[in-house]
Write a protein that binds this ligand. Structure first.
Ligand code: SF4
Length: 328
């Protein structure tokens, strides 16, 4: 398809309306995301269908814990991002990429064919920021849906409401980063804005299976009060939303010390006051699902080793409570 959407041509350039940055692009300029630009007065998508890679990953790596547990998911990566996180775990493809012209073109239909040939329930759009490739997502997700495959978005959630409403009906699940509950942190450290992310979470929670990840960075977003704010907000949407509190490791421009199990343990306890399913990430600890009613062990996870123990047809095998999720 490759027909750019969500922009307005003007006398001296284009205004992109895909994300809250609303970049104004003069001739030859590229937006903050690095993948949408003005070429001869038209919006151009130089990275359209250029994937940075794809692989069959454990779905727990996204992370999704309540959606087809134990299965692999075809994970497609892109280039570019509309935030500037100084701790980015994928900065080589999100920020410091040298155009993607060398990557072979993978049209949406080709990616769907890859997925339909593999032992996977669907496709995850992930690694860098998929939403800035909105047109590709829309087309690929439509084809995948028509072939009975699931569509999963792994994203920063930084998009305007109108395109979000257009895309969400084609998605089945999402893991969205909520990097902080501080507007200052979003603005000053990430070059973004907290409000649109919260709005996207509201929309997504009403439309798809939603899980949320917060990367815990010592001294930046690891106060009990901030984690309580995050979990209270999510509980207001749905207390069944799984929250992943993941340990930061030094990366890109951040050289702060790594977060440890001791750092996140009290944060997990605080979040569990509000939410039913809260998981540690990036630590050598089991990350299990237990029944919120009777504490029966439902799913044991050690790294990407997943054992379904006490879950039967989406219910606790002991007390019969329904467990939120899509269990395949
Ligand atoms: S999608 Fe890219 S070009 Fe469009 S407003 Fe956002 S950062 Fe700017």
């Amino acid at each position: 398809m490759n027909s750019p959407l969500y922009y307005q041509p003007g006398k001296d350039g284009l205004r992109c309306r895909l994300c809250p940055h609303a970049c104004f692009l003069k001739e030859g300029e590229t937006g903050i995301c690095g993948v949408r630009g003005n070429s001869s007065g038209r919006m151009s998508l130089p990275c359209y269908a250029r994937l940075s890679g794809f692989a069959l990953d454990p779905i727990e790596k996204k992370p999704l814990y309540h959606f087809f547990p134990g299965r692999n998911i075809l994970s497609a990566g892109f280039y570019g991002c509309n935030l500037r996180c100084p701790f980015c775990q994928n900065y080589g493809i999100s920020r410091e990429f040298r155009r993607s012209a060398d990557s072979p073109e993978t049209p949406p239909a080709g990616l769907v064919t890859q997925a339909s040939r593999g032992d996977t329930p669907g496709i995850a759009y992930t690694y860098s920021e998929p939403l800035v490739h909105f047109e590709y997502l829309l087309e690929c997700a439509g084809i995948a849906r028509s072939q009975g495959l699931k569509n999963i978005l792994v994203s920063n959630g930084f998009i305007n409401e109108t395109p979000a409403r257009e895309l969400l009906p084609l998605l089945d699940a999402a893991n969205i980063d909520l990097k902080s509950f501080s507007p200052d942190f979003y603005r000053e450290e990430l070059g973004g804005d907290l409000k649109p992310v919260l709005r996207f979470l509201e929309l997504a929670s009403a439309s798809v299976h939603l899980e949320v990840t917060t990367l815990i960075i010592p001294g930046k977003n690891d106060s009990l009060s901030e984690i309580t704010e995050i979990s209270s907000f999510l509980a207001g949407l749905n207390p069944d939303i799984p929250l992943h509190l993941s340990c930061y490791r030094p990366m890109y421009r951040y050289t702060l010390r790594p977060a440890t199990w001791e750092d996140i343990r009290p944060l997990l306890d605080a979040a569990r006051q509000k939410l039913r399913y809260v998981y540690p990430g990036n630590v050598r600890q089991e990350s299990n699902t237990v029944c919120p009613s009777c504490a029966e062990l439902l799913i044991r996870r050690q790294g990407y080793n997943v054992q379904i123990k006490g879950l039967r047809d989406g219910r606790c095998a002991r007390c019969g409570r329904e467990i939120a999720g899509v269990w395949g």
